[in-house]
Write a protein that binds this ligand. Structure first.
Ligand SMILES: [Zn+2]
Ligand SMILES: [Zn+2]
Length: 417
């Protein structure tokens, strides 16, 4: 029995070291938090992480699938670290050791958003997202930039054949944004569009995408996501973000992830596939199956449709934008989709699924971010909680309430001996 136990402990330590790296320099509470990652590789009860009697609802992290987690798609902390260390900047420093880590949050269009106010925090949606991202990514310098007029770039666009709404080809936007805005190549960019996005000709819709090599991510308000419907069903209003089928790409073999598309959708008659599109596709996607209209036509059409009304921000839209922006920015720092736990970095096959995913990171993903920015974990949780409490007062929702509850529990866990 004793030998068996020792074997398990040794195996656990080895697996843990792969999953979250060496923990010996961490405070006991932080170490215990990262050790919870073992529960995704061993069947319940095989290792002592959380007490066995912990009720499911009280568990901090639940494995994404029955342990052990599948090998495919894994990006452990060590795999991630090898990738970001290998990826040297032109100045010879790995991304991990770069001193200056700056994200430019760049509105790309004028937004038609109704009154928005989070008491004690902000009265603008971009200002709010800026403050939220600052809380989510401590150690990252974030600047809220003056809007850049995306029409100057004349990105490839189309009208979706079913919704008749204008969409930008997201790959054409984010691969050219650094040059178009004359940005330092070392800066990270997060662009926000009012116009919806599509990832490639065969796909309907994308909430956002990120390209690690280009240090650029773009997301949108995602107002007109096409529903899963047949071409004949032209009457279906494409406004309900919760009811459509969306497929996002998978990361392939973990650490090699380059481009991360999240919240993509297919028409029902289109083949649903998972997997990254080739990066080079961005430049080649000149052939358009759907008609491409000029900007003027787009504005006329939208006015005619009467569907470019003011967007009233509600709790759902706020949650979606918090989820998508933080998820995409994590991709910029090399985090692949997470297969270990229910986690903010899970891949989503539908918008519904994307919205159900939590705002918090699992221990494996958290470890990567913590190593990238060297932040204080309890302080970060306090900051995120502070933002969530304010959101809850102005735009209450069950999802934010659950997030606040989780943040309470994790802080309690960290402060317990
Ligand atoms: Zn993603
Ligand atoms: Zn994760």
């Amino acid at each position: 029995m004793e030998i068996n136990r020792r074997k398990i402990i040794k195996k656990t330590q080895r697996k843990l070291s792969n999953l979250v790296g060496k923990l010996d320099k961490e405070e006991p509470g932080i170490r215990a938090l990262f050790e919870l990652s073992a529960s995704c590789v061993f069947p319940a009860g095989a290792v002592e992480t959380e007490p066995a009697e912990t009720a499911d609802t009280m568990r901090l992290f639940s494995p994404a699938s029955e342990p052990p987690v599948p090998k495919k798609g894994r990006q452990t902390y060590r795999m991630w670290k090898a990738m970001v260390e290998l990826d040297s900047s032109p100045f010879g420093k790995s991304r991990l050791t770069e001193k200056m880590k700056r994200l430019r949050f760049l509105p790309l269009e004028r937004y038609n958003v109704g009154p928005f106010n989070i008491d004690g925090l902000t009265s603008g949606i971009t200002e709010f997202l800026f403050l939220f991202l600052k809380a989510f990514f401590p150690g990252l310098e974030i600047t809220l930039e003056s809007p850049y007029d995306i029409s100057q770039m004349d990105p490839i666009s189309r009208y979706h054949k079913l919704t008749h709404k204008k969409q930008y080809l997201v790959t054409d936007v984010y691969t050219r944004l650094h040059r178009a805005t004359d940005s330092n190549r070392k800066d990270y960019i997060l662009g926000l569009t009012w116009t919806d996005l599509y990832p490639s000709e065969d796909l309907n819709f994308a909430l956002g995408e990120a390209l690690y090599s280009h240090r650029c991510a773009v997301f949108s308000f995602g107002r007109f996501e096409p529903l899963l419907h047949n071409e004949n069903d032209r009457d279906i209003a494409p406004k309900d973000i919760d009811t459509s089928a969306v497929v996002s790409n998978s990361s392939g073999e973990g650490c090699c992830e380059e481009k991360s598309g999240c919240g993509r959708s297919f028409a029902s008659d289109e083949k649903q596939t998972l997997g990254c599109a080739e990066e080079s596709k961005a430049g080649k996607a000149k052939e358009r199956e759907l008609p491409h209209h000029s900007k003027d036509v787009s504005l006329d059409q939208e006015k005619k449709d009467g569907e470019d009304d003011v967007l009233q921000i509600n709790a759902d839209i706020l949650w979606k934008m918090m989820r998508v922006s933080s998820h995409e920015v994590c991709h910029l720092f090399g985090l692949s989709h997470c297969v270990f736990f229910h986690c903010a970095m899970n891949e989503s096959k539908s918008v519904t699924e994307a919205l159900k995913q939590p705002l918090y990171l699992c221990p494996v993903c958290l470890r990567k971010l913590q190593k990238f920015f060297n932040f204080d974990i309890p302080a970060r949780y306090r900051q995120i909680q502070d933002v969530c409490l304010k959101v809850q007062r102005s735009y209450p929702s069950e999802r934010i309430a659950e997030t606040i509850d989780w943040l309470n529990r994790v802080q309690e866990f960290l402060s317990t001996d």
